[in-house]
Design a protein around this ligand. Structure first.
Ligand code: GLP
Length: 256
């Protein structure tokens, strides 16, 4: 795992934007896995401002609430069009977000897995992290081999996401999420985390034991995982001096 610690969310976002922009420039028909939440907002704004060519890019979003209409301001469908897709030249048919309004949820979960396979797999998966260590909506105790499926949110996540809905009771209890096994098949993963409220989840993921209790800890088993943090999110890391040392001493030929 490559841990990149930057002084603030802006500079950490800048590093992540460079990584994604390079991926799109070098591989115009790349397949990206995308995330929602407050963490990637600045990243999406930065990518929009970079004027990249998204015409051949395919995307697969991690997750979606079940039962929220597409136009609901908190649906991830709405989030993605509002904050990224509506501002870039991506083709609508190249955008994939699990359909939280489908009649047969388990069928569309299987189809989602097939669509990812048919696209050749995900080249680079962007991730945030929940305060309880979730990735996508893979809550603690999710199978580390899980595939796209329905999940029930924990009370912690409903509480955390209440800030978007105004009221905790309005947060849908059920979601569709790519599985941990699905995420682990991405060729490269890039996790972003900012703020002190993520510090515990980050230390569990980066330095804790690999455990379904901390779903993001499975990234320790991923061959190409990068984690971009601000100082606050990195504040509990025991080896932070080492991560800074590695980053500062990267040979020029070794790209971020
Ligand atoms: C949400 C999303 C995750 C996201 C996480 C953190 O529930 N399903 O994909 O990474 O929670 O969100 P935020 O970036 O707002 O802290």
């Amino acid at each position: 795992m490559e841990v990149i610690i930057q002084s603030n969310p802006q500079t950490a976002t800048h590093v992540a934007a460079k990584i994604i922009a390079r991926q799109i420039r070098n591989h115009p028909s790349t397949v990206l896995g995308l995330a929602t939440g407050s963490t990637p907002l600045m990243l999406y704004q930065t990518l929009i401002e970079m004027n990249l060519d998204w015409s051949e890019v395919k995307t697969f979003n991690l997750d979606e609430y079940i039962g929220l209409p597409f136009e609901h301001p908190q649906s991830y469908y709405h989030f993605m069009w509002e904050n990224l897709f509506g501002h870039i030249n991506i083709r609508k048919q190249n955008v994939h977000i699990p359909d939280g309004n489908a009649k047969d949820i388990s069928k569309i979960c299987q189809q989602y897995e097939q669509l990812i396979k048919a696209a050749g797999g995900i080249d680079m998966q962007l991730l945030g992290i929940g305060t309880n260590g979730h990735m996508g909506f893979n809550e603690p105790t999710s199978s580390l081999a899980s595939r796209t499926r329905i999940k029930t949110l924990t009370q912690q996540t409903c509480h955390d996401n209440a800030r978007f809905f105004g009221n905790e009771n309005d947060v849908p209890r059920h979601v569709i999420t790519m599985g941990i096994g699905t995420i682990m098949e991405a060729r490269e993963v890039l996790m972003l985390a900012f703020g002190t409220n993520k510090a515990q989840a980050v230390v569990n993921a980066v330095e804790g034991p690999v455990s379904a209790m901390n779903p993001a800890s499975i990234l320790q088993m991923h061959p190409v995982a990068k984690v971009c943090l601000d100082e606050s999110a990195a504040s509990f890391l025991e080896k932070s001096d080492y991560y800074r040392w590695v980053y500062a001493n990267k040979p020029a030929w070794q790209e971020i």
